[in-house]
Design a protein around this ligand. Structure first.
Ligand code: F6P
Length: 310
């Protein structure tokens, strides 16, 4: 994959420091992939909870260490905002800031579902407010497995990278159209989200048939969306701690929205475009819907109509 990153097209288009930073991320992800042991059925060790309240796994700890060291050694990163660090980490560089979910999908990984790492590169992010989508200049996610995969969005162009292959993608490919949402929380969602799913997506003969999948791994869901179309959603709900959903704005929603929008899709919190939201807190959560733009627009319409009735 490193060879591919040095390929002519990237060389011509990308500034040297950005290419170096991407290479540092690929080297770190390769090390994380090599370090993964088969954890299926393993007794989990208690590493406590992170700042968002998620249980921390051995893989989260290892990936955080590998990525933060690689980013520090690159000398290119000023501030790192990571899911696995309560506070932003100052790394001493000055070119870019990075947000990171070092090991996404760790709960699903225990059962053999692919997990990965999500990153976003920002220019001019001096404070937490600077980690908004307007300053995001590149984003991507790795998927771990027998062969490391990278989905990379840079300069508005998204690429799928594996081994020595680089495949530019123009738009969301509309195939089986997967619906990726944890329906077990349906009873706790706000009425706009419930109405959209009940009346628009799930209704018999609605003409909007989707195939339901819930892996519990955002990287796997987003890849599914890119290669088959459909919708991913994690709404806010009435459970304690889920008032703004479960996913984090800076290192989960913004990078995925940047990628999906580059492919003609949309990323929203049900009311606002994710890429226009200004973060106020490091681990701020946000409701999230990603997918085909007309479907996301319909959802926003249902949410707004429900709000007008309240
Ligand atoms: O924290 C991130 C994450 O594990 C995502 O990868 C996944 O989409 C989601 O949380 C799963 O949440 P839940 O277990 O509530 O369905």
């Amino acid at each position: 994959m490193l060879n591919v990153l040095s390929s002519v097209s990237f060389k011509e288009e990308l500034a040297k420091p950005l290419r170096q930073l991407l290479k540092a991320l690929v080297v770190a992800a390769t090390a994380v992939n090599d370090n993964l042991e088969k954890a299926v059925g393993e007794q989990s060790v208690d590493f406590g909870q992170n700042a968002s309240g998620d249980f921390v796994s051995k893989e989260d700890v290892t990936a955080q260490k590998i990525f933060s060291e690689a980013l520090k050694n690159s000398g290119l990163v000023k501030t790192l905002v990571s899911e696995e660090s309560e506070f932003p980490i100052q790394l001493g560089g000055s070119d870019y800031s990075v947000s990171l979910d070092p090991f996404d999908g760790s709960n699903a990984f225990k059962f053999g579902i692919p997990a990965g790492s999500i990153f976003c590169i920002f220019s001019g992010a001096e404070t937490i407010e600077g980690f908004g989508g307007e300053n995001a200049i590149a984003a991507g996610f790795f998927i771990y497995g027998r062969e490391l995969e990278l989905v990379l969005c840079v300069k508005g162009q998204t690429y799928l990278l594996t081994g020595n292959n680089i495949c530019p993608v123009k738009e969301l490919a509309i195939g089986e159209r997967f619906l990726s949402v944890n329906l077990s929380n349906f009873g706790d969602w706000h009425s706009g989200w419930q109405n959209f799913f009940r009346e628009f997506v799930l209704k018999s003969n609605s003409g909007h048939h989707h195939n339901q999948r819930w892996f519990g791994s955002l990287v796997t869901h987003t890849k599914t969306l890119i290669v088959s179309g459909g919708l991913f959603a994690y709404p806010q709900d009435n459970r304690d701690g889920f008032e703004l959903g479960h996913l984090r704005l800076i290192y989960e929603a913004i990078p995925m929205a940047l990628i999906i929008e580059s492919l003609g899709g949309a990323g929203s919190d049900g009311q606002n475009r994710i890429l226009t939201k200004i973060p106020a807190k490091t681990h701020e959560k946000t409701p999230l819907v990603l997918g085909e733009a007309p479907l996301v627009a319909q959802l926003e319409d249902y949410v707004s109509r429900a709000q007008n009735r309240e």
